[in-house]
Write a protein that binds this ligand. Structure first.
Ligand SMILES: [Zn+2]
Ligand SMILES: [Zn+2]
Length: 436
């Protein structure tokens, strides 16, 4: 394994600038010369620590799913909940879509991601690479935003505080395992140099091999394109298959503006039922008290828990609204080919993409409350239809942010007046435009 990387071409995934990354020593960071997006950070030993952390993550995940999260007791009855109880109870109440979203984001996506990354890093230590490893590694990249264990823990904390006046609560060993899992996953992601993994996979390619370029159709103009999944720059036509990871190559995300508009408008419409229908109903001695998201915030305020009320208000009410406004602003300015503040708009895109998942706090809180508070006539919590609409808003805005191509901010604008381009710490100036 060379300690200094080979220079290679890279297309910035945020502004589309094609640039040559120089040879990088361990511990160096490259940023885009045009928009300052993070491009690559090299590590002295890029594989050992992430492998150890991912194996630890698998063990922690087994503990996290196999043991109890919380136990509650009230009036002589007690109930336990693990990671799977919430989705199951939501299914019992007929809200299986909600149960499926919770199961996918707290169990399926995190487990698939850790297991796939472990398998890829183990395969790098084998003499012969098993088939399918590049596709497996490509999928870990697409699963990244959907693995939400850290957000689930925050939802659990909110549920714990809300439960403390209904029942007596005991914390289970699973909580500690999930907290440790959050730390190992974060460390593993930070320490893994994904470009180094792709380069090592390229070096282990089984022979014989096809030439590393996509097929050329007669009469089709080929251009240099960076793969959105693995980052390889190859020459091909729009819609060709990436020779490295097997995903489809696109000069720009197909129908980006139309798809992003459709998803944003759908989310904006669903935001109304999400806030007017109850997300849950607490039934005490046969009498129900439905509560919407805003009423949940008010209950926390009335109980004197204003930091928590602020957190839920920010995650469940402020973030979705800001995301919708942010997306509309990005879409309108991209369509109008506005040239002003392109860096600021790219930063806005980064924020919109990063914060959206945190709105799931309320859904996870509800999943835990519904799992635990089933004490028949004494007190029962029933999920409400508002929760499905709210989960749909979160998922649709996440999909809208992914459908929007931030490169449209840059290449739809007229060329900027000539001037010095500030270079990133370890990057060269743009080599040439992607459309060249
Ligand atoms: Zn850039
Ligand atoms: Zn690729």
């Amino acid at each position: 394994m060379p300690t200094v990387t080979r220079p290679h071409l890279l297309e910035c995934h945020e502004c589309g600038t094609l640039q040559r990354l120089p040879a990088m020593p361990p511990g160096a960071r490259a940023a885009c010369a045009t928009c300052e997006a993070h491009l690559r950070r090299t590590r002295a030993d890029p594989f050992s620590a992430p492998l150890a952390l991912n194996i630890a993550g698998l063990v922690l995940f087994a503990i996290g799913t196999g043991w109890t999260l919380l136990s509650v007791s009230t009036a002589g009855q007690s109930r336990d909940a693990d990671l799977l109880t919430g989705p199951r109870e939501m299914g019992h109440f007929g809200l299986w879509e909600l149960g499926a979203v919770v199961l996918a984001t707290t169990v399926a996506a995190p487990l698939a991601r850790i297991a796939a990354t472990t398998a890829v890093l183990v395969s790098l230590r084998l003499r012969h690479r098993p088939p399918g490893i590049p596709a497996l590694f490509a999928w870990t990249e697409h699963l990244r935003p959907w693995a939400m264990v850290e957000i689930f823990l925050l939802g659990l904390f909110v549920a714990y505080v809300r439960l403390s006046d209904i029942a007596h609560i005991d914390l289970g060993p699973s909580i500690a395992a999930l907290a440790a899992l959050t730390a190992t996953s974060f460390a593993a992601d930070t320490l893994l140099d994904r470009h180094a993994v792709w380069e090592a996979l390229d070096a282990k390619k089984p022979r014989p091999n096809r030439p590393p370029r996509a097929a050329t159709l007669l009469g089709t103009k080929t251009i240099r394109m960076g793969c959105d999944t693995c980052g390889l720059v190859s020459r091909g036509y729009d819609g060709a298959i990436c020779p490295r990871c097997g995903f489809t190559l696109h000069h720009r995300k197909p129908n980006s503006l139309a798809r992003a508009w459709a998803l944003t408008l759908a989310a904006a419409i669903l935001y109304i039922p999400a806030n007017t229908y109850p997300i849950l109903t607490v039934i005490r001695f046969g009498a129900g008290q439905p509560s919407t998201i805003l009423e949940g915030v008010r209950e926390l305020l009335e109980a004197g828990m204003w930091p928590l009320a602020l957190l839920v208000f920010f995650a469940s009410i402020a973030v979705p609204v800001l995301k919708l406004f942010g997306l509309v602003l990005l879409l309108i300015t991209a369509m109008a080919r506005v040239r002003a503040r392109r860096r600021d708009r790219t930063a806005l895109y980064r924020i919109v993409e990063a914060v959206g998942r945190w709105s799931m706090i309320d859904i996870f809180m509800e999943s835990i409350l519904v799992a635990l508070v089933q004490f028949g006539a004494i007190v029962t919590i029933v999920p409400g239809a508002g929760a499905i609409a709210f989960a749909a808003v979160v998922v649709l805005t996440m999909l809208a942010a992914r459908a929007f191509d931030p490169r449209l901010i840059w290449d739809r604008a007229a060329p900027a007046p000539a001037g010095p381009v500030p270079a990133g710490p370890a990057s060269e100036g743009p080599a040439q435009s992607a459309a060249a």
